[in-house]
Design a protein around this ligand. Structure first.
Ligand SMILES: C[S@@+](CC[C@H](N)C(=O)[O-])C[C@H]1O[C@@H](n2cnc3c(N)ncnc32)[C@H](O)[C@@H]1O
Length: 249
């Protein structure tokens, strides 16, 4: 008979399944999306840069955008083979989901030919437009918080998302974005993104800060259901669980 921690571990998948069912039953994806829009507009008005990168409350513009350059150095420039697959970056069209105030978008625009970036918060998009006025290869869109219908139907070479899905409490909304990225990516193209991986701690249905936590199995199942191969992953069990989903050919 299982006892103590072994019993807890055995029951965890059941508990997670119940939490997921409850979150989906409590709000539809569009209700979740409306709640996220309102919460993120409020955060943007209060202190946009702090809620984007919580390490500081008083970022200078220079420091804030330098932190985006570091994100691109750490997660993109070290991974050019998977991302570019032999293409020259300046000939690539890139999609960013949850671009906030353009912290990473600006650095993406220095590396890639064309960047299309979407965010649920009109307030965040307004700030990104002001800061990225000089980036002529960037296209910024406010979306509905659940799909990519605002993006033109163009073939994308690479899709990226960081510090976004970790705040989305609904599995269905995240899955919707993965399907949408698959719709826009070229066959073989990579969607590299980060989710919350610390499954010990469940998000609440009405939360817009602590998002759905992915286990390894859950991430693999999502890839299969959405037409991707989950080829690599890093950081399972931690806050920064990175996934490399390659669109099936
Ligand atoms: C912590 S910020 C990160 C912004 C940006 N990725 C960065 O690292 O600088 C999270 C961003 O995700 C956006 N966001 C949250 N839920 C979203 C959703 N359902 N659809 C699109 N964007 C969303 C928020 O508006 C916010 O701008």
């Amino acid at each position: 008979m299982l006892t103590g921690n072994a019993l807890k571990a055995a029951l965890r998948p059941l508990y997670r399944g119940l939490c997921r069912a409850y979150t989906n039953a409590r709000f539809t994806p569009s209700q979740h999306a409306e709640r996220m829009k309102s919460a993120w507009n409020q955060r943007a008005r209060e202190n946009a840069w702090h809620f984007i990168a919580t390490g500081k409350t008083d970022w200078s513009e220079e420091e804030f955008f330098a932190s985006g350059e570091r994100t691109v150095s750490e997660h993109i420039l070290t991974d050019i083979e998977n991302i570019c697959q032999g293409k020259s970056p300046d000939r690539m069209r890139v999609l960013e989901i949850g671009s906030g105030a353009g912290r990473i978008t600006r650095a993406l625009a220095r590396t890639f030919g064309e960047v299309h970036a979407v965010d649920v918060s009109g307030e965040m998009v307004r700030r990104a437009r002001a800061s990225l006025r000089d980036c002529l290869n960037v296209h910024l869109y406010e979306n509905n918080g659940m799909d990519l219908s605002v993006i033109p139907e163009l073939p994308f070479d690479f899709a990226f998302s960081y510090l976004v899905f970790q705040h989305i409490p609904s599995y269905a909304v995240i899955e919707g974005y993965v399907r949408e990225a698959g719709r826009l990516l070229r066959p073989g193209g990579l969607f590299k993104f980060q989710v919350r991986g610390n499954t010990a701690d469940e998000s609440k249905a009405d939360d817009t800060w602590v998002g759905f936590a992915f286990s390894d199995e859950c991430a693999r199942a999502m890839a299969g259901e959405c037409g991707f191969e989950a080829r690599y992953q890093a950081g399972a069990g931690s806050q920064d669980f990175w996934l490399w989903f390659f669109k099936k050919q």
